[in-house]
Every structure is written in C-alpha cells, then in structure tokens.
Design a protein around this ligand. Structure first.
Ligand SMILES: [Fe+2]
Length: 511
C-alpha cells in the first residue's frame, strides 16, 4: 500500500512539473487527490467523507431496527462499551445503509454479488455523531445478508475519535471501510448521481418540451438549466452505463438495469426537497448551525442554496401568478406538465405532485433547479479528488468477501491488496479515469453565478426574471463567503469543501 501511495505522489509531482513548462499538459494527476494525505485511510477521513465526500446525501439517523441489530452484535462480541453507547446515545447514531442491494437486483440473501470476477457488497455501516461533531465509525457489516446472524460484522476497536490507535496496520477494519466505499460507489454513481440528477432532470426537460410552450414562464425559468443534459444522457445510456460502468462493478447488465429502475421507482420528489430530506435523515435545517453539525458542510450549504433558489423562483412566480393559487389552478399547461411527468406512457415519476397552489409550484420549480445545478454539482465534481486514488473508493472488489468474522480478522495487507485490481490494469485504469473525466472543471460561463450576472443585465430577458436575477446575483455573491466560512468551520482543514461555491457550481448537468 505504501508503494501505491508513493506512486500516486510521484505521478502528482511529475504532473505539476510538466504543467510548469507546458500549462496545457495538465493531466489527471495535476490536481490533488485524497491519496496524497498521509491520513487518507483513517476513521477521521472516512467519517468526514459521509459529510463532504462525493456522496454526502444519504447518511441517516439510525432506526431502532439498526440500533437493535447492532446491539445484538455488540452483545455477542462482548463489547459493553458499544452496547452502552448505543443505549445512552441513541439519538446520535447514524447509518449508511446499503442493505437493499440484493432484493433490488433480484438476488437472494445467500447469493454472492459477483460478475466476471468483480465482487460487489451490500454494506451497513454504523456511526456515532459525537457531541463535538465528529462522525466516528463504530461498526461495519461488509455484506449484509438479510440478518446479522447470516452476516459478518466487525466493530471498531476505537469507541471514540479521541481514542488512540488509529492504526495503519489494522487491515481487517480498513478492509471493512473499503467495503463501505465499494457499496457507496454503486449507490452514488448509479442512484444518487445518474438516476436522481441526470435521469430525473431529463424527465422534467422532456415533459416541459411536450407540455409547456417556449414562452411559458416555467419553461423560461428552467431552460437555462437544461444545457447539454439530453445529449449527455444519451451517451450515458448508450455507452457509459452498458459498456463501461457495467464492466466495473459486481453486477451484470440485467442486475445493473434493475438497480437503476429500483432507484428511479424509489425517487421521492417532495421527500427530497432539501428541508424535508435533511429532516428525515436526522439533520433538521434549523439546527444545522449547532456545533454538533458543523462538519456537515454539504447540509449547511445545500439548505441555504435551496433558500436562495426558492427566493428567486418565488419572486418570479409571484409576479407572474398575481391571482395566486386560483391562477395556478387554472393554468392547464401546468396540469398537463404534471400529468406527463407522472404518466405511465410518460415520465413514470409517480411521486411527482399534483400542483394546486402557488407555494407548491414554487417548491416544484425550485426542486428542478436544485437537481440540475447545486445537487448535481455536489455529487459530480469531487470524483476526481476522492476516486482517482483507487484504494480510497474502488468500484468493486476482486476477491470474495470474508465468510466469517474469524476469516475477516485474519486479513492482512495482502488480502486488502488482492481485493484491489492490481493485476487487472484495465479495471484500475477505469476506476481512476472515469471519475476524473466526469469531474471535468466547469467552464466560467456555465456557472450559476454567471447565469445570474448575465440574466440580470440581459435586455432580451423577461422583466420579472431579469429583476429577480439581480437579487439572485447579490444572494449568490454573499453565499460565496458562506461556503468559505462553512469550509473554515470544518475540523478537517486539509481538504476544503468549496464545491458549492456559486462561482463554480454548474448551471446545468453538463458532465
Ligand atoms: Fe454528472
């Protein structure tokens, strides 16, 4: 592992040197990646990735079911410290839950998740959100098979983040954390990124083209957020998913498409409005400035960004629909648009609301912009940093999962290395290259701030949009400092979290 780290460091140093003599010679190792951190493998960096990594969107307050299941593990393994923590701090136990993978793709609990030598896993990981705000991993089930009795579960030797002994050589625990990352690779790339942003936004775009005229206010408001998305999604459907992604993961094509379908069917339109989503996952928006949540910069940023976008949308729509709810109700284009998004022979997005009030319309349009701009940016543009260094987040394992705790506890560095594609250079290359290509820097003229600037001064823009864009521009300029402040508030000052800076946030899903 040390030699992989050294190689990564060498590639980065060489890329920097090359770029000094030829600025056009920048390659994928020019920018820093997580592997350059001496502590990349630690619980601290692993925990923080659930808050500010490529997928900061699913960490959730643990249900009593998961607390009970892990309690049975801690009792069976004689870990009274874990049992006590689960009992006394139950309101601060969080989970990353990937336990649904087998049922989602039609596998039975006893089936291996494997395709052509690549193993997937269905992890469940438990965390303690400590009073000072560190998200500390407590326990991991590398591959959940329907019950704890049928699964292997490993507990962290360190009950809290300030306990010494975060050892480089703790290979069984490091392997378990790698399994979480493999599970999250699939959830993140296929569900959170591809389905929940790219594909859902496509449904909105197509329905709008079918049902709203080009001069309809909703069309005028949303169209700038659709740049490149349809052609990009066509490539994703025809090439990226079937020819590349499917050959990087532990699922075959049929299973992968079932996974996509399950994610789409589960998409909960109103449940994923930022304030609703954060509350349901145990992060109420009104509490996000409390010290306990200061490391969850994604939540702190995205909730404020939601408010900024909503304010902009409200200004426009309140000026357009001066008759309020009654006028919204009588707009047949909106009825058609909502029907089209939900229709069985249309978008099939069954959770999409029937819009009856101006407030509902404002929320719905805010969501369309949220998905296309800040949400996609948050889950897209950190892939280079966290994933070009393959050991941090591989897309699959290359050896079978351990069959027992004894088996896992005997894992050495060799076992961890064997699970990585060191002897499968094609896999290694794709795991590093695909995230790099997908995080291509946002052009300056394609940011949300640039949109606000140009729209607020454009003579061809509708008056009500131009006026609202002026206020949006001012809000976004102030928000740049908020994003910096939230990053400065993090315990981790080695990796800033600036991805949601509006001068870098893409206006649309363009990569
Ligand atoms: Fe993307």
């Amino acid at each position: 592992m040390r030699s992989i780290e050294a190689h990564n460091f060498r590639l980065h140093t060489e890329a920097r040197l090359r770029a000094k003599t030829d600025p056009n010679a920048r390659d994928m190792y020019f920018s820093k990646n997580v592997g350059l951190r001496r502590d990349w493998y630690t619980d601290t960096v692993f925990g923080q990735q659930q808050f500010t990594g490529t997928n900061p969107t699913i960490i959730t307050l643990a249900s009593s079911r998961w607390r009970d299941e892990f309690m049975s593990v801690s009792q069976a393994q004689g870990r009274t410290d874990v049992t006590k923590l689960l009992t006394e701090s139950s309101g601060n136990i969080y989970v990353q839950d990937y336990s649904d993978y087998r049922p989602s793709v039609g596998l039975s609990p006893e089936d291996e998740i494997v395709c052509q030598g690549r193993y997937g896993c269905s992890t469940v990981a438990l965390f303690h959100l400590e009073p000072e705000g560190q998200l500390h991993p407590l326990a991991i089930v590398p591959d959940y098979k329907g019950s704890m009795g049928e699964s292997v579960a490993i507990l962290n030797r360190r009950i809290a983040s300030d306990v010494k002994g975060n050892k480089y050589e703790d290979w069984p625990w490091r392997y378990a954390k790698m399994c979480v990352q493999v599970s999250d690779w699939l959830r993140h790339e296929v569900a959170i990124h591809l389905v929940n942003t790219h594909l859902v936004e496509e449904v909105i775009i197509v329905a709008a083209y079918r049902c709203l005229g080009p001069n309809h206010i909703i069309f005028r408001l949303l169209e700038p957020h659709w740049s490149t998305t349809l052609s990009l999604n066509k490539s994703a459907r025809e090439t990226l998913v079937p020819k590349i992604i499917v050959r990087m993961i532990g699922l075959n094509a049929t299973q992968a498409f079932a996974f996509v379908k399950a994610a789409y069917e589960r998409f909960d339109w109103k449940g994923l409005y930022v304030p609703n989503d954060l509350r349901s996952r145990g992060f109420p928006v009104e509490s996000l400035n409390e010290p306990k949540y200061h490391n969850y910069a994604y939540a702190r940023n995205i909730s404020q960004m939601w408010n900024i976008i909503r304010k902009f949308v409200a200004r426009v729509l309140e000026s357009e629909y001066v008759g309020g709810d009654r006028e919204v109700l009588s707009d047949v284009s909106i009825v058609d648009f909502c029907d089209e998004v939900r229709a069985r022979n249309g978008g099939e997005l069954t959770s999409f609301p029937e819009i009856k009030t101006l407030d509902e319309l404002i929320d719905c349009v805010t969501m369309c912009i949220h998905i296309a701009a800040p949400q996609h940016t948050a889950v897209n543009y950190l892939q280079q940093y966290y994933q070009t260094f393959v050991p941090n987040k591989p897309s699959a394992l290359h050896t079978p999962l351990p069959k027992s705790l004894l088996d896992l506890r005997s894992f050495t560095e060799e076992d961890v290395l064997a699970a990585l594609p060191l002897k499968q250079p094609r896999d290694w290359l794709l795991m590093a290259q695909v995230p790099y290509l997908l995080s291509f820097e946002v052009p300056e003229d394609s940011t949300i701030l640039h949109y606000a600037e140009t729209t607020s001064s454009s003579r061809s823009t509708l008056d009500i949009i131009r006026t609202a864009a002026g206020a949006l521009k001012a809000d976004l300029e102030t928000f740049i400092h908020t994003v910096e402040q939230h990053s400065d508030d993090l315990d981790d000052q080695e990796t800033p979290y600036l991805v949601l800076d509006p001068s870098k946030t893409a206006i649309s899903i363009l990569m």
